[in-house]
Design a protein around this ligand. Structure first.
Ligand SMILES: [Zn+2]
Length: 289
């Protein structure tokens, strides 16, 4: 059954709400005093709004219409590869690695689970009704979600800023199929956090790029961590997370391989069949072409 977790009200601009003299006036004669707001978008006209009641406070979210910044012509690619442990961004020249938030968030999921288990035994049946424990469990779940959200926001901001600074286009894999296959796994906290991380990161990267005028390229993820970025043959395992190409001798960490392949695919999408100078040399392309 659908359930309204937070009471909320859609407000049409000009008809159902008005902001005046430090108050929000709502159709029906309600007035709410404004305590504070984000002033960065004051110059833009108000659109429709949502009024919600949360943690004892009314929050009015007003939509604003802001012009999209023009996208620059990229001078290269900043590829983004993500796995459970870390996110790797880079290209043939640079590489940065950050930890994901999965492990940190999982800690809070486990705390919630611990409490749930402890108080679900028949011994504690009376405790279940106690609000304090329910609130505590809810708090841990929320904390875990907030950690992931915060990480996605900050990481995507770093990515977009770095790309803008070097005039790179951001290239990310299309994670739709990966998320779909994760959904088929048994429902455990680790998997649900992974799904949340991948989805939120995708959304935040796309939004940060849009907001900062950074060109974005989404590439097909198939085989990005098993194909040789130099000669396109299949790589073989060579120790923990290391891969080697038996044809051309290329050897690298699995994540570096993915980054190089994403870069290569993005370049191919951008320039079609043309091979740019800084792309890894491909043996099947004649240099005179
Ligand atoms: Zn190779």
């Amino acid at each position: 059954m659908p359930r309204a977790k937070t009471p909320r009200l859609w407000l049409t601009h000009g008809y159902s709400y008005r902001v005046r003299d430090g108050y929000v006036e709502i159709l029906g004669g309600f007035r709410l005093r404004i305590i504070g707001w984000d002033m960065r978008y004051d110059a833009y006209p108000n659109g429709d709004a949502i009024l919600l009641f949360k943690d004892g406070k009314f929050i009015l979210g007003i939509s604003k219409r802001v012009l999209k910044p023009a996208k620059y012509i990229p001078r290269g690619i900043l590829a983004v590869d993500i796995n459970e442990r870390q996110i790797v961004i880079g290209n043939g020249k640079i590489e940065y690695r950050f930890e994901t938030a999965v492990r940190r968030a999982l800690h809070y999921k486990q705390l919630a689970e611990g409490l749930q288990k402890k108080y679900s035994s028949p011994k504690y049946s009376a405790w279940l009704r106690r609000r304090g424990i329910r609130d505590r469990i809810r708090y841990f779940h929320k904390k875990a979600r907030n950690i992931v959200e915060d990480w996605a926001k900050k990481t995507s901001h770093k990515i977009a800023s770095l790309a803008k600074q070097h005039l790179y286009a951001v290239a990310r894999e299309d994670l739709t199929n990966l998320v779909e296959s994760l959904r088929k796994l048994p429902k455990e906290h680790r998997v649900s956090l992974l799904i949340l991380s991948y989805r939120r990161l995708e959304q935040w990267i796309d939004w940060q790029c849009e907001k900062n005028g950074v060109p974005l390229i989404v590439v097909e993820p198939r085989g990005t961590s098993t194909t040789c970025p130099m000669c396109s043959s299949k790589l073989i395992e060579n120790g923990y997370r290391r891969l080697r190409c038996s044809r051309c001798g290329f050897e690298a960490d699995r994540d570096t391989v993915a980054v190089l392949n994403i870069e290569k695919r993005a370049l191919a999408q951008m320039w079609g069949s043309l091979t740019p100078l800084n792309a890894p040399q491909m043996t099947d392309v004649s240099p005179n072409r």
